[in-house]
Design a protein. Structure first.
Lengths: 137, 510
C-alpha cells in the first residue's frame, strides 16, 4: 500500500498540444488497482490512492481528468470522498466512476454525485468502455 | 366477630365462625330478654297473690272477730241470738283458713305463720269459743272470756298484725323486685339489640374491608394485567383464601412479567442476530466480490489480450493469490460452522509459541510497509499443548487485526513470556482502539463495529473463531483498549511443564 505520489502521474515529454489524460484510481486493494490499470487503453496516465484521505490530497494536487473510486475505502469512505468533491469548486466537475461491491442501487450512487457505476466483479471491457465514454464527454 | 387466630383458618371457616358467633349472641340476647320479661311477669303475679293473701288474712281475722263478738255477746247476755255470727264464722272458718294457708304456701315464713295462726285459731275455737257457748253460767262465761279468751284473741290479733306487716313488707320487696326486673329486662333488650346491631355493622365492615376490598383490588389488577401492565402487584393481605388469591395473583403477574421480559430479550437477540446476518450478507458480498473481481478480471484480460510472458506470469500470480484468498474466506466460514456444530479438531501436540510467533511476525511484516513489527519474546521455547495450525490462526488473526485497525501505521508489538505456569502472548497496536460501547461485542460472530464504514475489510469472524480456539485449548483471550490510542490483545494458554527445561522432552511429561 505504498503511497504513490503525483510524481508518477506527472506529464513528461509529450507535445503540449495533445496532453495525456490522467486517471486517479482509488482502491485499497493493490491487486484491483493493478487490474484497473491493466484494463485501460494505452494513452492514460495513472495515480493511485489506497485510502480516502490520500485520494482527496491527490485529487486536489493533480486535478485528474477522471476518478475511479471504490466506495469501500479506509479512513475516508468513498461516499464521503464524493461529498467532498461536490463541495470543492475545482473538483465538482471531475467525472467520477464508482466501483462497489456493496449492494447500493444505481440511483443511490448516482444521487451521491457519481457519473457512472460498475459493480464488482466487473468485466475489464465494460470498465474500459465506461472510462473512455466519461473521458471523451 | 371472629378473632384472626392463625393464618391457616380458612375464609369459609372465618365466615362460619363469625356467623355462628353473631347468631349465638343474638339468640343469647333474645333469651335473656325473654327470661327478664318472664321474671318481671312472675314478680307481678306474686305481687297480685300477695295482695290476695292480705285480703284473705283480713277476711279470716274478721271471722275471728265475728266469733269473738258472738261469743262475748252470748257470754254477757246468755241470749242465743248473739251466737248467730259465731255460728256463721265457725261454719266458714275451715274453708277460709284453707284458702289462707294455700295462698301463704309460696313463702315459707308466711306459711309457718299461717300454720301457727291456723293452730291458734283452732285452739281458740276449741278451748275457748265452743266451751263458752255451752256455758249456762253467766259468771263462768264472763270469767273465761275475761281471762283465757281475751288472752288468746289478743295473741291471734297480734299474729295477724305481724303476718300482714310481713306480707306488706314482702309485697313491697316483690314490687321492687318486679320493678327492677322489668327495668333490667328493658335495659338488657336495649343493650342487646344495640350490641347486635353494632356487631352486624362490624361484621359488614369486616366483610367489606377484609374480603370485598382485596377482591375488588384483585379484579382491578386483573384488568390492568389484561391491558398489558404486568408490573402491577397487590398488597398481600386479607384472610385465608383472599390472601391466597392476592398471593397467587402476584406470583402469576411475576411469572408473566418474567416470561414477557424473557421473550423481549429473546426478541432483541433475534433482531440483533438478524441484523448481524444482514451485515454478514453485505460483508460476504464485499469480501467475496473483491478477490473474485481480481480472479475474473485478470483471467478475462489474459484470455482477450496478448501479454509478454513476464506480465502474464505476474497477472497469473495475482489470480492465484486472490483465488487463495477466496479459499481462505471459505475456510473462515467453515470454521464458524464447525464451531457452531461443536466439532473443532483438537489435535494435541507440543507447540513452541516462540517459534510460531516469530514465523507469523515474519510473514506479516512483509505485508504492510507502514507498520513496524516489534517482537519481544522472553525465553524460549514457550511450550503449550495444542493444534499448531489453529494456534497459528489465532496469532495471525491478532497481528492482522493490529495492522488493519491501525491504518495510519505504527508499531505492532508482540510480546510473549511464561507467567504463573501459563504462556502469555500480547499483541499491541497504536491504532484507532475499540470504542467503549463496542467492547462487549467484539467477540460476537459477524460483529464488525465501525469497520465496514471505515473501509476495513473482514468478516467479523476472526475474533469469534480465535476465542473458540483459545478456549478449546483451556486458555483465555481478552483485550484492553482506549479509543484513539490503541488496543492490546492478550492470549493466555496453559504452559507445559519442562519445556523450558531441556530434559522435559525426553521425560515425556505430558
Amino acid at each position: 500500500m505504498r503511497r504513490r505520489s503525483s510524481l508518477s502521474a506527472s506529464v513528461n515529454g509529450w507535445p503540449p498540444m495533445e496532453r495525456r489524460k490522467t486517471i486517479l484510481i482509488c482502491d485499497d486493494e493493490p491487486a484491483l488497482r493493478e487490474l484497473i490499470r491493466a484494463s485501460m487503453d494505452e494513452g492514460y496516465d495513472f495515480a493511485e490512492a489506497s485510502d480516502g484521505i490520500i485520494a482527496m490530497e491527490l485529487a486536489r494536487d493533480m486535478q485528474p481528468d477522471l476518478v475511479i473510486l471504490d466506495l469501500m475505502l479506509p479512513r475516508l469512505s468513498g461516499l464521503e470522498v464524493l461529498a467532498r468533491f461536490n463541495e470543492d469548486a475545482r473538483l465538482k466537475d471531475v467525472p467520477v466512476l464508482v466501483i462497489t461491491a456493496w449492494n447500493e442501487t444505481r440511483e443511490d450512487v448516482l444521487a451521491a454525485g457519481a457519473d457512472d457505476f460498475v459493480t464488482k466483479p466487473f468485466d475489464p471491457a465494460d470498465l474500459r468502455n465506461a472510462v473512455n465514454r466519461l473521458v471523451a464527454a | 366477630m371472629s378473632e384472626p387466630h392463625a393464618r391457616t383458618v380458612s375464609l369459609r371457616d372465618r365466615m362460619l365462625i363469625a356467623s355462628v358467633a353473631l347468631a349465638a349472641i343474638v339468640v343469647g340476647v333474645f333469651v335473656a330478654t325473654i327470661l327478664a320479661v318472664s321474671a318481671a311477669r312472675t314478680a307481678t303475679k306474686q305481687e297480685a297473690r300477695s295482695k290476695n293473701l292480705t285480703v284473705q288474712a283480713f277476711r279470716v281475722e274478721k271471722l275471728v272477730l265475728d266469733v269473738e263478738n258472738g261469743v262475748r255477746g252470748y257470754a254477757y247476755s246468755q241470749d242465743k241470738r248473739f251466737l248467730k255470727p259465731y255460728y256463721a264464722a265457725n261454719k266458714a272458718m275451715d274453708d277460709q283458713l284453707r284458702t289462707f294457708k294455700r295462698l301463704a304456701a309460696d313463702q315459707p315464713t308466711q306459711e309457718r305463720r299461717a300454720t301457727h295462726l291456723d293452730e291458734a285459731i283452732g285452739i281458740y275455737m276449741d278451748t275457748f269459743a265452743y266451751p263458752v257457748t255451752q256455758f249456762s253460767n253467766r259468771y263462768a262465761a264472763e270469767l273465761a272470756f275475761a281471762t283465757e279468751g281475751r288472752k288468746q284473741a289478743a295473741d291471734i290479733h297480734g299474729q295477724f298484725a305481724r303476718f300482714i306487716k310481713a306480707e306488706n313488707a314482702l309485697s313491697d320487696d316483690r314490687e321492687h323486685a318486679a320493678d327492677s326486673k322489668s327495668r333490667h329486662a328493658m335495659e338488657l333488650g336495649v343493650v342487646g339489640l344495640t350490641g347486635s346491631a353494632i356487631l352486624i355493622l362490624l361484621f359488614a365492615i369486616y366483610l367489606a374491608r377484609g374480603i370485598a376490598r382485596p377482591v375488588t383490588e384483585a379484579a382491578a389488577g386483573a384488568g390492568q394485567v389484561a391491558a398489558g401492565d404486568l408490573s402491577i402487584r397487590l398488597s398481600q393481605k386479607g384472610p385465608g383464601e383472599v390472601g391466597e388469591l392476592t398471593k397467587s395473583f402476584n406470583e402469576m403477574a411475576e411469572r408473566l412479567e418474567a416470561t414477557r421480559n424473557e421473550l423481549e430479550e429473546q426478541n432483541a437477540q433475534l433482531r440483533e442476530s438478524e441484523r448481524l446476518k444482514s451485515d454478514l450478507v453485505n460483508t460476504v458480498s464485499h469480501e467475496l466480490r473483491t478477490p473474485l473481481s481480481g480472479v475474473l478480471g485478470f483471467t478475462k484480460l489474459l484470455l482477450t489480450r496478448d501479454f509478454d510472458p513476464e506480465t502474464r506470469r505476474h497477472y497469473l500470480g495475482i489470480v492465484d493469490a486472490q483465488a487463495r484468498r477466496l479459499s481462505g474466506l471459505l475456510d473462515d466460514f467453515l470454521d464458524v460452522r464447525r464451531i457452531e456444530e461443536g466439532r473443532f479438531e483438537r489435535a494435541k501436540e507440543l507447540v513452541d509459541m516462540a517459534t510460531l510467533l516469530r514465523e507469523e511476525a515474519q510473514l506479516y511484516s512483509q505485508q504492510s510497509p507502514k507498520h513496524e513489527l516489534a517482537l519481544d519474546i522472553d525465553g524460549a521455547p514457550l511450550g503449550v499443548m495444542g493444534n499448531p495450525d489453529r494456534l497459528r490462526q489465532v496469532i495471525g488473526n491478532l497481528i492482522s487485526n493490529a495492522i488493519k485497525y491501525s491504518p495510519a501505521g505504527g508499531v505492532v508489538a508482540v510480546h510473549a513470556a511464561p507467567e504463573n505456569g501459563h504462556i502469555l502472548v500480547e499483541v499491541r497496536d497504536e491504532g484507532m482502539g475499540i470504542p467503549r460501547s463496542q467492547q462487549g461485542q467484539i467477540f460476537t460472530k459477524f460483529f464488525r463495529g465501525d469497520a465496514a464504514a471505515s473501509g476495513i475489510t473482514g468478516t467479523g469472524l476472526g475474533l469469534a473463531v480465535s476465542r473458540d480456539i483459545v478456549e478449546s485449548h483451556g486458555g483465555r483471550i481478552g483485550f484492553t483498549s482506549a479509543e484513539g490510542e490503541g488496543t492490546t490483545f492478550f492470549v493466555e494458554l496453559p504452559g507445559v511443564n519442562g519445556v523450558k527445561d531441556r530434559q522435559g522432552h525426553d521425560d515425556d511429561q505430558s
